[in-house]
Design a protein around this ligand. Structure first.
Ligand code: UGA
Length: 445
């Protein structure tokens, strides 16, 4: 196992006694023997001490509680960690965070709570009196200190974020044992379109295995929660019919990321069909705003423009514009809350379906695509710095040329109506960015 790798260097027989047969040193034979004996003893003592220290450290990290490890498929990127959870004090925190404080409030388990959308949704739920418990594995796909800062923010609003992975069934079961969540807002995922070519297995691990693991636990508990989860505009893939409607085909993904999100939608269908889980998938369209993700273009363009570093602006064949239906975080949060509020109860119990359950998919976009070069112009105006633009052909990296949401279905069912244009939203982002990174915090690489 990988966890043991740091112990691999320990010789199997510490301080092994080696007898040198060379006649040259024969005459110091006796002294040498004694010296070797001492050094062997010293080595033995040293390694035993190290070994004990390691065991001690291990227990120090998991005081009187359960612990479980999550192994990333790519340990070079994700720090190997042992999560610890459990114990009366921990359970008390969980319960208190998930306690409903308003009449008709719901209790929601938010996965990916230290993520961009997760943080905003969690605090919005908490503010209106719902019970909220967060779950996040704090992986280092992007700067974990930003996730920690979001966690601190949530902590101040009374939301406890448990550190753990959605692949950990024991932890999930425990959470449902402690709290009878009425809803799950499932936002934990491996995001990012282009990174899927670098680390494909992380997408399978979180977006497929993790989703299945979560649904397995949800179908088994009683009462079953209603689940709202994050799909993606990228499922439209090579679809050229605009604007994208939920009825359009989504069987031509252009990236592994998109394929795992599409797979998620099909997996949702299965769990709805067999177990009566109420499931709502939300296809987010390039969500941006304060506390956003540093791996997204608007975020690292801002950083690079301020640094005077050149940015790559993609264009399609024949100078075709690449555009996105950028959607502001506050609009997305309203859509998420409305999806939770209109979610019907799951119909199964104890792993058995009792009747048909709700299954929905909605576009949550802004309905007005903006070319990436216009995004850059807005940033230049807001930052008062000219960008070093490097125009390049859209690499074959999974990006599609444009996205454009038809939101009439979400409007009808959720009352969803985005109100923030890119200019207004980016202004708020830039204000946050400048204040967040002014306090001596290092901008992410
Ligand atoms: O809509 C979605 O579902 C997806 O939106 C974003 O994906 P993307 O639209 O690719 O967002 P960015 O990475 O911020 O890219 C925005 C635009 O900038 C372009 N871009 C990106 C990087 C770059 O160096 N240059 C550049 O022109 C991209 O081609 C894209 O058109 C998120 O990163 C995904 O997690 C999410 O699922």
């Amino acid at each position: 196992m990988k966890q043991m790798s740091h112990l691999d260097n320990i010789p199997s027989t510490p301080g092994k006694f080696k007898m040198d047969k060379s006649p040259y040193i024969h005459h110091h034979h006796h002294r040498l023997l004694r010296w070797q004996w001492h050094s062997s003893l010293a080595k033995l003592t040293f390694w035993s001490f190290l070994f004990l220290a390691l065991i001690f450290l291990f227990f120090l990290k998991s005081p009187s509680s359960s612990s479980s490890s999550s192994f990333s498929s790519d340990p070079s990127r994700r720090s190997l960690r042992t999560y610890s959870w459990g114990g009366p004090a921990w359970e008390k925190r969980v319960r208190s965070s998930a306690r409903v404080r308003s009449r008709n409030g719901i209790s929601v388990l938010v996965t990916g709570a230290a993520g961009f959308v997760g943080t905003h949704v969690s605090s919005a739920l908490k503010r209106r009196g719902d019970g909220v418990l967060g779950l996040d594995n704090f992986n280092d796909y992007y700067d974990p200190s930003l996730k920690r800062a979001r966690q601190a923010l949530l902590d101040r609003t009374g939301v406890f974020v448990v550190e753990g992975d959605i692949n950990d069934s024991a932890l999930l079961k425990k959470l449902f044992e402690v709290v009878a969540f009425t809803h799950v807002m499932h936002l934990a995922a491996q995001a990012g379109v282009r990174y899927a070519m670098e680390n494909p297995s992380s997408y399978v691990h979180s977006n497929i295995a993790g989703l299945v693991n979560l649904l397995e636990v949800c179908k088994e508990v009683n009462p079953q929660p209603a689940i709202v989860w994050a799909s993606s505009s990228s499922v439209y893939g090579l679809n050229t019919k605009v604007p994208f409607s939920e009825r359009d085909r989504t069987d031509q993904p252009a990236s592994l990321y998109a394929a795992t999100k599409k797979a998620g939608e099909e997996i949702a269908h299965t769990y709805n069909h067999i177990y009566g889980l109420s499931l709502t998938g939300l296809r987010f369209f390039t969500v941006y705003g304060p506390w956003g993700r540093p791996d997204m273009a608007y975020f690292f363009f801002t950083r690079d423009i301020l640094k005077g570093k050149a940015i790559s602006i993609f264009e399609a064949a024949n100078h075709g514009t690449v555009a996105r239906d950028f959607t502001y975080i506050d609009d997305i949060v309203k859509g998420c809350l409305a999806a939770l509020d209109t979610a019907e109860k799951s119909t199964g119990s104890g792993g058995k379906k009792k009747g048909p359950a709700q299954l929905r998919v909605f576009n949550l976009g802004n309905t007005s695509p903006v070319p990436v070069s216009d995004l850059v112009s807005i940033l230049e105006r807001l930052l008062k710095v000219k960008a070093k633009r490097h125009i390049m052909k859209l690499p074959r990296n999974g990006d599609v040329q444009f996205t454009h949401a038809n939101i009439s279905w979400a409007q009808r069912e959720l009352g969803y109506k985005p109100t923030t244009d890119l200019q207004t939203g980016l202004k708020k982002f830039v204000r946050w960015y400048l204040s967040y990174y002014s306090g001596g915090k290092k901008a992410p690489q």
